[in-house]
Design a protein around this ligand. Sequence first.
Ligand code: DX5
Ligand code: ZN
Length: 216
Amino acid sequence: MQLRVAPSVLSADFLHLEKDIRMLNGNADWIHLDVMDGTFVPNMSFGFSVIDAIAPIAEIPMDVHFMVVHPERWFKHVAEKGVKYVSFHLEAAGRNTGKYIDELHALGVKAGVAIDPDIPVKRLFKYIGKADFFLIMSVFAGFGGQKFIYESIDRVAELKAAIVKAGSDALIEVDGGVGENNAAALREAGADVLVAGSSVFKSESPEKTIKALQNA
Ligand code: DX5
Ligand code: ZN
């Protein structure tokens, strides 16, 4: 199957956001929206003013990636905006992870559990069969434009093996430093969804880059 590509709006042109969202509508698979609170990660991005503005013109699924200490406070709001995929960090949720997955499901949202590169992949295993997708960070969460951490490929393979063994159909999303130079290796390792910020938006042809990533 073709890889799904979720361009990260963090790297879009905020003065011409409508133009970029319409370009994504016609070319990408999901719209990745990075919400940062300045506490869970040392950066702030955007919140509901931006998500609420995008929602009415989004024609492909919105994918919200919460990098905040209390993701559960905002589940209802994004669900009401029609967001289809929501991920939150295991590091933020801790032992509430299972509960948060249930809360998202009760709102009709697909639930994803995210981890930074320093968290052992094994810590995700107990959510296989419960979470709809897993987000493997291939840079430390907080900023676009960082260098891909190569070991992430092995982490994707390790998670994929556990998902297959369990007979689960959970998706693996990879986020951070993803581009044409590592997309094929990620697909071979078992990635299903590639988040791509700078590689798409800094490209001379974002449309062509999205296509190349889909067909990697
Ligand atoms: C980083 C974000 C990413 C970021 C990816 O914390 O979660 O989604 O926007 O940007 P690139 O593809 O430029 O690394
Ligand atoms: Zn992200």
